[in-house]
Design a protein around this ligand. Structure first.
Ligand code: DAH
Length: 339
């Protein structure tokens, strides 16, 4: 029995020594110390040993077990450390390498122009509000005094989602939503995306952006509108910019006007940029129609207001002298980086 134990011990120690891998150590543990392991079977055959020798042999078995366990633990620690060192060497990070530069793109000319327009109006005490791009027919047309059979609806043909829901053709519905939500005095601009079923060309796109403006208070008159837009034009296009109001028609304003600014290229003498006229059209505006005020819950006897709407792309194209709107939608960074 003693020789058998010595033999098992020697053999096991040698195998531990040579293991070289964590999984192998586990196999060795099972082979000797496991339920059906060699040492365990020696323990089981203890009943064949003479009773007086049993304690001694039992002690020997326990000593061998303890030794093997200790050696297995040690070997495991050594191998684990080696594995970790090997991994550290493999995954070494060179912190001195230059970092990868994140491409952060460039602000879109629309955005640059919008921020400029917002800055000007915020400076005059306006707040910036937003409305939904998917809009009710009611807000986009009805409440703006454009009834179902009005010819103005034809000019703004759009994408319908249902009979009553559409992609808004203008930012003017935000006027109505704001009137419903806020009490005068109101001073707001509402920038956002609008949609029309137009073909793409140098000056048209089925999706573009507008900036709406609206002021409602007691005693607001056309001269407030004129003064506001004259100041806006000076701040946006330069000190010597003049404005001209041409009579026009919009269903939601009365009277209505289109506004031209003196060509900032030639100062109004006439050039290729302004097609020789000296003037460039930039927006539509007018005094809010009493019917529109009343429909949105504001008493036209007590309050009056003006509104205006401009195309953001148009402002960007003019300001940065871009001659084709399509360039704005291509997202070519070489183009965008110029502004
Ligand atoms: N919504 C008009 C359009 O898309 C532009 C406009 C004109 C807006 C006059 C206004 C306004 O607020 O008063 O053609």
């Amino acid at each position: 029995m003693k020789e058998k134990l010595e033999q098992i011990k020697a053999e096991a120690l040698e195998r531990i020594e040579e293991a070289g891998a964590l999984e192998k150590l586990n196999d060795i543990r099972v082979a000797y110390l496991g339920k059906k392991g060699e040492l365990t079977s020696v323990l089981k055959s203890l009943k064949d040993v003479a009773p007086e020798d049993r304690p001694k042999v039992g002690q020997m078995v326990n000593d061998v077990r303890a030794l093997l366990e200790e050696r297995l633990e040690n070997a495991k620690a050594v191998l684990a450390r080696a594995a970790r060192e090997e991994q550290m060497a493999r995954e070494e990070i060179d912190v001195t390498l230059p970092s990868k530069k994140a491409e952060i793109g460039h602000k879109h000319p629309n955005m640059v122009a919008l921020e400029e327009v917002e800055r000007i109006f915020i400076g005059m005490g306006y707040e910036v509000v937003e409305g939904p791009e998917i809009e009710y027919d009611y807000y986009n047309f009805e409440a703006l005094n454009i009834p179902a059979n009005h010819p103005a609806k034809d000019e703004q043909d759009t994408f319908y989602i249902t009979d009553k829901i559409l992609l808004r053709t203008q930012t003017s519905p935000v006027q109505v939503r704001t009137m419903e939500q806020k009490k005068p005095p109101i001073r707001m601009i509402a920038p956002g995306r609008v949609f029309r079923s137009d073909e793409v060309d140098a000056t048209h796109s089925p999706s573009f952006h507008q900036i709406e403006g609206m002021v409602i208070d007691k005693n607001i008159t056309f001269s407030d509108l004129k003064g506001t837009l004259a100041q806006f034009a000076v701040e946006l296009f330069g000190e010597n910019t003049k404005v001209k109001f041409r009579p026009h028609h919009f269903p939601f304003t009365e009277p209505s006007a289109e506004v031209d600014v003196t060509c900032f290229k030639c100062g109004g003498v006439g050039c290729r940029f302004c097609k020789g006229s000296g003037w460039i059209e930039i927006l539509g505006c007018g005094m809010i129609h009493p019917k529109v005020l009343r429909m949105s819950g504001i008493d036209p006897e007590e309050y009056s207001g003006f509104a205006f709407g401009m195309g953001l792309e148009r402002i960007a194209l003019l300001k940065y002298e871009i001659d084709d709107m399509r360039l704005l939608y291509e997202n070519d960074i070489r183009f965008l980086k110029q502004f």
